[in-house]
Design a protein around this ligand. Structure first.
Ligand code: ARG
Ligand code: ZN
Length: 884
């Protein structure tokens, strides 16, 4: 770490010996230790001689002392699995460099120098998929967060901004397309079959936004004219044969570009926007300046191979990466603790965009479902961290639902408090003030205070405190008025034992049960541990509707009767609140049922009451099918477990499945009628047709639970008749959960029909690993040996094993075999792809919240992983936090 104790040896081989890894606890990086880098690097010239197994990199760095930083006699250039082949300073080879923990240290006597470094890397051997790697014969990069240091030695930190020029050369036959950031300046061919290209990106950027792609690709090309008249060429590059499935991505890109101009006043700033789809990718996509690299999953879509959900995923991720051009690239992050500055804000931007493109209420419900499904468990478990973390060992572990999704909720609260117009003024000031800079979350908050006129003094706690606030709400009648009593508690999280009360903005309305109306919505902000708020003239029987639109990311326990919930489920004019009332009704019942405190009679009557509330949803003509489908989705087993202090996954599964059967049985004919009505709607991407498809599959799920034979027959019919993936996958999901020849035949048909299409074969794996079938564990073990399975492809790994890990009934099998399957996977995957392996630790990390027998089995698997020699920094950090 520290330069002073680094041995300085002039002999090249000795350097490499110094670099040999010694087992030691990885260092903790702390936010409070931030210091600016001692050197500026205004210009970077990179030269790549490309080869799949050998790529030669020459980096020419212009360096100048940073007057803002403490001077240093050396420059630390980060490296990861790199060896310097030659190092020159100001044109002279030097051998006075040293290595420290993979980094290259070069002494620099003066104030300005030129350093030239040569390295050779093997992209084909790069299974971590960080840095430069090979995928299906093409070369591409992933540099965020710390991948650039796997390409060349460099100050690989987001606050060092440089202008990049890239020259790349390679065999034309292998790499007909050569791409990098910015604009193509020049290209040419040599007589020996090689060709070359020179790219220049005029916008200074940190190394994590660097990108390079070389391969045999075809493009879908279109143009976009910006508000000020700039003509932008938009290319989506894919492998030959996939170009027919890029239309939706292109439409989404152009819509995003227009929307950001209209909604945030942000225009695109280059003449070229390139997107490349690759099938081996750790994440969804990457916003490299002018050259986004995407997981194929978020580019390719057509009706035959992609579900409506997949189409939405493409639209949302294309928008997300495009919006990063301002929230991320033009204004970047000072250090990785500020990750939510770009990610939280950009997630909010993509959510608002998708709300505008489709059904806003449905999008809001989906986003809350993601938050509750992924972020709430994180916030209440061993991996809890504030949206702006204070420390980390491996930054890849902090690309989390907290940083992304809770980060978006925090900024959304600011928007709720000031309204959309002032919000735009605040963000406008932020972009203007920090354009070209590496900024902090504090800079964003300050700009919102100055530009939107908010006082965010106390609100800053949302950045520093982890944990989901628990709110309790009680409405008390007082003469003509009603008084709302609120209290909050922010639970302790690792490293944060006691918390201060936070500002909780709650959109609230008081309904009059008699008239079915309310006297106007109010924004009530609870700032203390307790608070009371008076509402005048509320009528004889007031009903509380609170946290409408999910205005604050909190858990709410409200003192309302089931009758009130049924009333709100039928009458609330806020669609989210309506959904929430129905959810609360179901969650409340299942909590009671699971705890064993319900008599058989009470259980039956509760199931009947829920079924009749669902019956009203089926019958309500004022609902569109997209919203109806949303209301029909039962809370997941994972979310139910999250609402309980200690969960018994077996009991949760039983009670939830029994409730679903009871609803299916009671409403069998209504579901059948709805299925028939929806089946008559022809395929299109209209809201009506998408809604029809959504309720169709919901009907199958309930019917298969209530009347298995009829449900299976209908699912088989839907599978056979399907002219699109939404219907086909929905039907196959239901069939995969049941035994019999229809299951076998449908799975076989699906496999043969889509053989060769990796994204659809991923679905085939996940349909089986996520299935309700009792034999899932055996199925997953068998599928791991399937010729189409590989640990080298993250999409395939996720489809088989993430599907399994979220399948609560299978993962939590009382034998503990599910835990072993995941632990075995982590151990096998860790040496290949540590970033992806570490993601699988989270489900095991829930052990403290699970009943004692299973808990012990989960913990034992974590301990087994912890003992394994040579664990990656990624997995080591997650396992030790989970046990700690
Ligand atoms: N910035 C990307 C996005 O959210 C995510 C890249 C994260 N990559 C990683 N290897 N951790 O759009
Ligand atoms: Zn992002």
């Amino acid at each position: 770490m520290d330069i002073a104790r680094t041995p300085s040896t002039p002999d090249g081989n000795q350097h490499l010996a110094d670099a040999a890894p010694e087992p030691q606890e990885p260092a903790i990086i702390r936010r409070e230790d931030y210091t600016p880098f001692a050197w500026n690097l205004p210009e970077v010239h990179l030269h790549f001689e490309l080869g799949l197994e050998e790529t030669h990199v020459t980096a020419k760095l212009s360096v100048e002392r940073n007057p803002q930083a403490e001077a240093s006699p050396t420059i630390r250039l980060n490296g990861d699995e790199l060896e310097p082949q030659s190092v020159a300073v100001d044109g002279e080879q030097v051998d006075s460099w040293t290595m420290d923990d993979g980094d290259l240290l070069v002494s620099l006597p003066g104030d300005a120098h030129e350093i030239v470094i040569e390295t050779t890397i093997n992209p084909a051997a790069n299974t971590k998929l960080m840095g430069l790697f090979a995928s299906n014969g093409m070369l591409c990069t992933q540099c965020e967060a710390e991948g650039f240091r796997r390409i060349t030695f460099f100050p690989d930190r987001p606050d060092v901004l440089s202008v990049y020029s890239v020259r790349m050369s390679g065999t034309k036959a292998a790499f007909p397309v050569l791409l990098a950031n910015g604009n193509l300046e020049e290209s040419g061919e040599e007589a020996d079959g090689t060709h070359w290209a020179e790219w220049h990106d005029p916008w200074p950027k940190p190394s994590y936004l660097f990108a390079l792609v070389a391969g045999d690709l075809v493009s879908n090309t279109d143009t976009f004219i910006t508000a000020s008249g700039r003509e932008v060429t938009c290319n989506i590059y894919v492998r030959e044969g996939d170009e027919g499935r890029t239309g939706h991505a292109m439409e989404s890109l152009k819509k995003s570009m227009r929307w950001d101009e209209e909604t945030f006043g942000r225009e695109y700033d280059l003449d070229l926007y390139n997107i490349v789809a690759v099938s081996d990718f750790n994440m969804g996509a990457m916003e490299n300046k002018g050259l986004n690299v995407f997981n194929t999953k978020y580019v390719l879509a057509d009706e035959e191979t992609a579900t409506d959900g997949d189409f939405d995923g493409v639209e949302g991720v294309i928008a997300h990466e495009y919006f990063h051009n301002w929230s991320g690239n033009r204004v970047t992050c000072r250090d990785w603790f500020q990750l939510s500055l770009k990610e939280g804000f950009t997630v909010l931007r993509d959510q608002l965009f998708s709300q505008d493109m489709g059904s806003a209420p449905v999008k809001r419900i989906e986003d809350v479902r993601v938050l509750r499904g992924a972020q709430f468990p994180e916030d209440s478990g061993p991996l809890a961290h504030p949206i702006r973390p204070d420390s980390y060992r491996e930054i890849s572990n902090f690309y989390t639902a907290t940083v992304y999704n809770k980060g978006a909720e925090v900024i959304r609260m600011m928007r709720t408090m000031c309204g959309p117009e002032r919000f735009r003024q605040g963000t406008g000031l932020y972009f203007e003030r920090h354009d070209g800079e590496a900024a902090t979350c504090e800079d964003f908050v300050k700009a919102m205070e100055d530009g939107a006129g908010l006082d965010l003094t106390q609100f800053r706690l949302w950045y520093s405190q982890a944990g989901t606030p628990k709110i309790t709400a009680r409405l008390e009648k007082d003469g003509e008025d009603a008084v709302l009593h609120l209290s909050q508690e922010v639970p302790p999280t690792p490293g944060q034992e006691s918390k201060s009360p936070m500002p909780i903005p709650l959109r609230t309305a008081i309904f009059d049960r008699e008239t079915g109306k309310h006297g106007g919505e109010q924004l009530v902000t609870l700032t203390e541990a307790q608070g009371s708020f008076r509402f005048g003239n509320v009528g004889a029987s007031p009903v509380l509707s609170i946290n409408r639109g999910f205005s604050a990311p909190v858990t709410m326990s409200r003192d309302v009767s089931d009758e009130d919930l049924v009333f709100l489920a039928a009458h609330d004019d806020d669609p989210f609140a309506r959904y929430e009332a129905l959810q609360d009704l179901v969650v409340g019942h299942l909590q009671h049922a699971v705890s064993g405190e319900l008599s058989d009679d009470d259980r039956d009557s509760a199931r009947e009451a829920i079924a009749s509330a669902i019956g009203s949803v089926l019958a309500d003509d004022s609902l569109d099918d997209l919203m109806r489908g949303e209301l029909l989705v039962l809370p997941t087993e994972g979310y139910l477990a999250e609402t309980m202090a200690i969960a018994d996954p077996g009991r949760i599964h039983e009670e939830r499945a029994a409730l679903r059967s009871a609803i299916g049985a009671q409403l069998e004919d209504q579901f059948a009628a709805m299925h028939e009505r929806a089946s008559a709607v022809p395929y299109s991407l209209s809201a009506e047709a998408r809604g029809a498809r959504k309720v169709k599959t919901q009907a199958l799920i309930y019917m298969a639970a209530g009347n298995p034979d009829r449900g299976k027959a209908m699912a088989w019919e839907q599978y056979q008749a399907a002219d699109n993936m939404t219907d086909r996958q929905g039907a196959l999901m239901v069939l995969a959960g049941a035994d019999g020849i229809k299951r076998t035949n449908a799975l076989l048909d699906f496999y043969n029909r889509f053989k060769g299409n990796a994204l659809v074969i991923d679905k085939w794996f996940s349909l089986q690993s996520m299935s309700t079938h009792p034999g899932v564990i055996e199925h997953v073990k068998a599928l791991a040996d399937h010729p189409e399975f590989t640990l080298k492809n993250p999409n395939r790994v996720r489809s088989l094993y993430m599907g399994f890990a979220v399948n609560q009934n299978a993962f939590h099998d009382p034998s503990g075999e599910g835990y072993r399957v995941i632990a075995d996977l982590i151990l096998a995957l860790d040496p290949i792809n540590p970033q992806t392996a570490a993601r699988f630790v989270t489900p095991l990390g829930r052990w403290r919240r699970i009943e004692p027998d299973r808990s012990a089995l989960m913990k034992a698997q974590l301990e087994r992983i912890a003992k394994a020699p040579g664990l990656s920094r990624d997995t080591h950090e997650q396992v030790s936090r989970s046990l700690g």
